[in-house]
Every structure is written in structure tokens, then in C-alpha cells.
Write a protein that binds this ligand. Sequence first.
Ligand SMILES: [Zn+2]
Length: 81
Amino acid sequence: MSKIMEKLNMIGRKVDIITEGYTKDQIEQNIEHFIDDEKEILSSCCGYEPMGELHYDNESKEVEMVGLCSKCKDHADFEEV
Ligand SMILES: [Zn+2]
């Protein structure tokens, strides 16, 4: 895995989706674009941002994000909006 991919992984992006159709060179030249293009990720319970790190569950076909809701401080599913 390249440094760029590691960086994207660190900020929690689904790299294979956002980089689809781009060459590695294009990604490296436009890394800021990929980072700045981040969608908001909000909890399904309160609609608040996650507290701490999100964990991706890739075992099922649908990608789920699980983390702590910053409002109710409970475990919650998160979705991109
Ligand atoms: Zn909540």
C-alpha cells in the first residue's frame, strides 16, 4: 500500500470508492482534493459527529461504520450524508 493510500485510510475514507477511475499519479497530484472532499459522517441516533475513531465493518457486503456518538456517548451506526 502506498503512502497516499495509507494517508487516506488514516482519515477513514473508503479508498477504493473515492479513487475509482483515477490513476495513482492523479491521486498523488490531487491528494488535497481527495482529502478535502470528505463527506460528513453523522450518527444514526442523534445526527451528531462521531467521537474518536470510526470502525469500518467490511465483513458484510454493506459497509457499516460503528463508533461513539458525540451527543449520547453511546455506540452508534454512522452514515455519510
Ligand atoms: Zn446519539
